[in-house]
Design a protein around this ligand. Structure first.
Ligand SMILES: C[S@@+](CC[C@H](N)C(=O)[O-])C[C@H]1O[C@@H](n2cnc3c(N)ncnc32)[C@H](O)[C@@H]1O
Length: 386
């Protein structure tokens, strides 16, 4: 059961708070929830500033579902892409979006308030600071559209948490329905592989910026999808041999990509299931990018052992995926990834320490964090086989 797996994994079990804090916490909880507190907090300039900031943050949390739907609407209308060419008037936008001017203006005002758009003159709208990256990146736009599946599953979050519904997200990811070739239908496999490939750009930037791959002779990407990462690696490091392992229909897509990019002689794509097949040997570095979080602990343990066996002594594993904050607080992506992975099926967001424990159980002697510029997209762990 999903919930049991998360509880057993003990996301917050490493977190401890000194016992003396509990008395202070109890007093603070009572004070901050009393009507007198609010009156006091807005009554003087310093606490008023903190209260205003917290009220704004809480409002953002409460209204988040509206904000994400405004973003989705802008993406579906191709509004942000069209403003890349330059600002447009309300009339022009209402005509191209087939919407009456009053409705269009409502959407535009909402998008300006979220900094997706910017007012550039009377009734003239251009790209805003948060709209520009969306306009520039097809992967981001595809993920925003794909999030509609998660939105559907979160209509009844209680049923989702209690395992009382069949999430749409599980149907989207065919490998969540068992380790069986019939469930790997070509169109479904191609659909998610395309999404992964398009959304991988930011992760590829993190990998290339954070680790020196030229020290390796041969790199194998396990669960490598259509081969976007391995292709980029091959283009940056011309001396490295390249391997990829994924489900047979996905490996076939990767093979075609390698050939199309002139890497046919240097890159091999191996089809199989890491649940039931051994991994090919030959690489001195394995990369595991956005794969472990899809699977329950038992599968991840077996996969890490299988990688350990495929590596030579001294070989390395670089694991890259979003990871949970140890205390769960102040993390930008945790709430999203916890629920995405719940809807997807049997995986979960793990903290770096939980992944280090799984790597140690698989036999890896040393595991270290690798610092990277944007931990929101992914964090990195490097493990070595001694
Ligand atoms: C979330 S995608 C990540 C793809 C790619 N690494 C990336 O970051 O874009 C997970 C990948 O693991 C592959 N996968 C899932 N189960 C697998 C299995 N049992 N054996 C081999 N590959 C599997 C999927 O086909 C998919 O390509």
């Amino acid at each position: 059961m999903k919930s049991l797996d998360l509880a057993k994994g003990g996301l917050h079990t490493q977190f401890s708070r000194p016992s003396w804090r509990s008395h202070i916490d109890k007093w603070l909880d009572a004070w901050m929830t009393s009507p007198a507190f609010y009156r006091w907090a807005i009554g003087n300039p310093i606490t008023r500033w903190i209260t205003r900031r917290r009220a704004a943050q809480l409002f953002q949390v409460m209204a988040g579902f509206v904000h994400s739907q405004v973003l989705l609407t802008c993406v579906r209308l191709r509004l942000l892409e069209s403003l890349r060419e330059g600002p447009q008037t309300l009339d022009a936008l209402s005509q191209s979006c087939h919407m009456n001017p009053a409705a269009m203006q409502r959407l535009l005002h909402a998008a300006v308030s979220l900094r997706l758009l910017e007012l550039r003159g009377p009734q003239l709208y251009g790209l805003g600071a948060l709209g520009a990256p969306v306009a520039a990146d097809v992967g981001l736009r595809l993920m925003i559209e794909h999030n509609a599946v998660l939105y559907e599953d979160m209509r009844d979050t209680l049923a989702l948490l209690r395992d009382e519904m069949q999430p749409h997200m599980q149907a989207y990811w065919p490998y969540m329905n068992g380790d069986k070739p019939p469930s790997w239908e070509a169109d479904k496999v191609a659909r998610y592989s395309e999404l992964m490939s398009n959304s991988q750009r930011f992760v590829i930037e993190e990998l290339l910026a954070s680790y020196d791959f030229s020290q390796h002779r041969c790199v194998m990407d396990v669960g490598g999808g259509q081969g976007g990462w391995i292709t980029a690696l091959g283009q940056h490091h011309s001396d490295v041999q390249l391997m990829l392992f994924d489900l047979p229909p996905v490996a076939a897509l990767a093979k075609a990509r390698f050939e199309a990019n002139g890497l046919g002689a240097r890159a091999t794509a191996h089809g199989g299931s890491f649940i039931s097949d051994p991994l090919p040997k030959g690489a001195d570095l394995v990369t595991l990018v956005r794969v472990a979080h899809d699977h329950p602990d038992a599968t991840v343990k077996a996969l890490l052992k299988s990688i350990f066996q495929a590596l030579p002594t001294g070989g390395m594993l670089l694991l890259a995926e979003p990871m949970a904050e140890a205390t769960g607080a102040h993390s930008v992506g945790d709430a999203y990834f916890h629920f995405y992975l719940l809807a997807m099926g049997s995986g979960r967001l793990r903290s770096p320490q939980e992944l280090k424990n799984l790597l140690a159980e698989a036999g890896f002697a040393s595991v270290v964090d690798v610092a990277n510029p944007m931990p929101l997209h992914t964090r990195l762990l490097l493990a070595q086989k001694n």
